[in-house]
Design a protein around this ligand. Structure first.
Ligand code: FAD
Length: 357
């Protein structure tokens, strides 16, 4: 791929950063516009689990699996990304459903190992009560999300991309095509505009009459102060998802996507932290530092919106939950579609047009 197409990417979270990096590498002249700093809005509040785990149809599993492989490709192309293929231990389902998940995903090629309490204790020696039956996926991992987005943007910058701190107030239309954006710093023209603005995307799209059916459920995650190593990888117990970050913080949600903050988020955070602490041996000195509440940019059917809007040239949309998992595939596929008009078959179910039906 090579092109001198001028592309504006609205958003500097993990999705905008990945798209900007891939577009720049393919020769486009990229301008990233973001009203937040590099790293985004949902992205810093993410649990950041890279996975193709249970609960999704096979077609979406295939996109997620491909994205996991694309993370490895991206890490080869850009050294120093803060990725950790730490593995995930999961028993957040009743045993019969966990077994059904193991059987189904094994048949799809997911690297599943069924484990008993003895093996679980080998994988995570600091669990107070290792599960009698769990599923371990060694190929799951995490990307420290803000550092990853920043690394992608910094490298895109070294290769000519511009990053502008500004607010996009509207898409600019000329003869039925999008030809730029109106910002707090004035008009900026482009051949193509990518909306990767997370929960800010619907308002931007609507200025060109494009409706994005997004809901934004909140998710609460607690962060301990940095602590000695207690966890090797991801732990998904019932109503307790945990991992230890690169800087040593234990982070936990009642769900990886963040639990419901409830009416009193402080109390919810304290209760959740107490549960996490009680689940770990050697955690006597573990202290709650802070909690985050992130708003997930979640299309209403739970699947990503990736692609062009019907009947409107010059605009490309990339809005999704599971953006940490999907980012490298979205960056690659969006770049090919924007520059070469090639839509990857894995994206077939994820056009905006599905909501018109
Ligand atoms: C609690 C929680 C847990 C999660 N856990 C996981 C997980 O374990 N695994 C996983 O894969 N995903 C997870 N996700 C989802 C994932 O974090 C998101 O899908 C991803 O971060 C979205 O990235 P983004 O770049 O699209 O959005 P954001 O990071 O929100 O970035 C949006 C960008 O758009 C900019 N913007 C918005 N409006 C405007 C405007 N008008 N003008 C200029 N700039 C604008 C913002 O400033 C920002 O830079 C989780 C999310 C949450 C909240």
């Amino acid at each position: 791929m090579s092109s001198t197409k001028q592309v504006i990417v609205i958003g500097a979270g993990i999705i905008g950063a990945s798209i900007a990096w891939h577009l720049t590498g393919a020769g486009a002249k990229v301008t990233v516009i973001s009203e937040s700093g590099a790293g985004g809005v949902a992205t810093p509040n993410s649990f950041a689990w890279i996975n193709a785990s249970w609960g999704n149809p096979k077609v979406y599993f295939r996109l997620r699996s491909r994205a996991m492989a694309e993370w490895k490709r991206l890490a080869n192309e850009l050294s120093g990304l803060p990725l950790n293929w730490c593995g995930g231990l999961c028993w957040d389902l009743p045993a019969d459903r966990l077994e059904a998940y193991a059987a189904e995903h094994s048949s799809w090629g997911y690297g599943i190992e069924r484990v008993d309490a003895k093996r679980a204790a080998q994988i995570e020696p600091n669990l107070v009560v290792p599960p009698e039956f769990a599923v371990y996926v060694a190929e799951e991992g995490v990307a420290e999300p803000v550092a990853t987005a920043k690394a992608l943007l910094a490298d895109a910058g070294r290769h000519g991309a511009r990053v502008i701190a500004s607010t996009v107030s509207a898409l600019v239309q000329t003869n039925g095509s999008i030809t730029g954006v109106d910002t707090s710093h004035g008009l900026i023209a482009a051949d193509e505009v990518v909306i990767a603005a997370g929960v800010g995307s619907p308002d931007i799209a609507l200025t060109a009459g494009i409706k994005l059916p997004i809901e934004t459920p909140p998710g609460l995650i607690v962060h301990s102060r940095p602590y000695k190593k207690l966890l090797n990888g991801l732990v998904h117990a019932e109503r307790l998802h945990m991992r230890q970050t690169a800087e040593g913080r234990i982070i936990a949600g009642s769900d990886f996507a963040g639990g419901d903050p409830g009416e009193n988020p402080e109390a919810t955070a304290r209760d959740l932290f107490a549960v996490a602490k009680a689940a770990l041996r050697g955690a006597d000195g573990l202290e709650l530092d802070f909690h985050t509440i992130g708003y997930r940019p979640n299309p209403i059917d739970g699947f990503p919106i990736i692609g062009r809007a019907e009947g409107m040239d010059g605009v490309y949309i990339a809005v999704m939950h599971s953006g940490i998992t999907l980012a490298p595939a979205v960056g690659l596929f969006a770049t090919r579609e924007i520059l070469d008009g090639e839509r990857d078959p894995l994206l077939a179910p994820y056009g905006l047009a599905r909501f018109a039906q």
